[in-house]
Design a protein around this ligand. Structure first.
Ligand SMILES: [Zn+2]
Length: 89
């Protein structure tokens, strides 16, 4: 969500580019947000959170992890009133 023009690099390692791969699709991280519906909140995190967890052992709050486990990616759509410039929706 909310793709930006520039890239933010990881401040904890020396990688010039951070990517994530799922099902053969590779995404460059560092220029967008990940949105996640919670029970009564909408979480927004830099998409580098994937790298922070995998590479640096970041542990999101328990509420966030429960929301990840409860999410059905195929069924969820972000609330339109909060989508500013999402080019993939
Ligand atoms: Zn890093």
């Amino acid at each position: 969500m909310n793709f930006m023009r520039g890239f933010h690099r990881c401040e904890f390692c020396s990688l010039d580019e951070v990517v994530a791969e799922k099902d053969g699709v590779v995404k460059l991280l560092g220029s967008a947000e990940v949105w996640l519906p919670g029970e009564s909140v909408l979480y927004a995190a830099p998409n580098l959170i994937v790298h922070y967890i995998r590479a640096h052992g970041y542990q999101p709050p328990a509420e966030y992890l429960r929301a990840v486990e409860a999410l059905d990616v195929d069924e969820w759509a972000p609330p339109r009133e909060y989508v500013w410039n999402n080019r993939e929706s």
